[in-house]
Design a protein around this ligand. Structure first.
Ligand code: ZN
Ligand code: ZN
Length: 157
């Protein structure tokens, strides 16, 4: 049976369900994520857009500047501005869901820590989870099934 999890923005107007498991979960310690969140990192569950079912509310997509120059749109609640998910690279089929908006964020722990070069020094990472100073090649550590899902969702190898 497919697990269906619920989430929402801070004010509760945007509610959603996400069906099934993410392809992979990033804990990103880059400076952009720190700035967007005002915190130490952002936890992004990489899912197919089709896994997300928005139940209520209005989303507003806001384009944010990126150092890489690659497009990044963050989808916010139109009322309280909570960020619910990101579209990196304008790939219609894939979303980076903000794990902190789930009812039970602990159910999607990070599979990898990235951009640890800008990790705050008091954040201690577990030795059992891979960590990369900058980015990584998903082919190296993603399960084969997730690689196949990503290929289908993005139309990219
Ligand atoms: Zn809201
Ligand atoms: Zn980041």
């Amino acid at each position: 049976m497919t697990e269906v999890r619920k989430g929402s923005c801070a004010c509760g107007e945007v509610r959603y369900e996400v069906a099934g498991e993410p392809m992979f979960v990033h804990c990103c310690h880059c400076r952009e994520c720190q700035c967007h969140s005002g915190s130490a990192f952002v936890i992004n569950a990489i899912v197919e857009t089709a896994q997300i079912r928005q139940l209520s509310g209005e989303l507003q997509a806001i384009s944010v500047p990126t150092r890489s120059g690659s497009p990044h749109d963050i989808h916010h609640c139109g009322t309280c501005q909570t960020a619910l998910w990101s579209d990196y690279g304008q790939l219609a089929g894939m979303r980076f869901l903000r794990v902190g908006t789930l009812e039970v964020p602990a159910e999607m722990p990070p599979d990898v820590h990235i951009f640890t070069r800008s990790k705050l020094p008091w954040v201690i990472l577990p030795e059992t989870v891979p960590a990369y100073s900058v980015y990584y090649d998903f082919n190296d550590i993603w399960p084969a099934a997730s690689v196949a899902r990503r290929r289908k969702a993005t139309g990219q190898g």
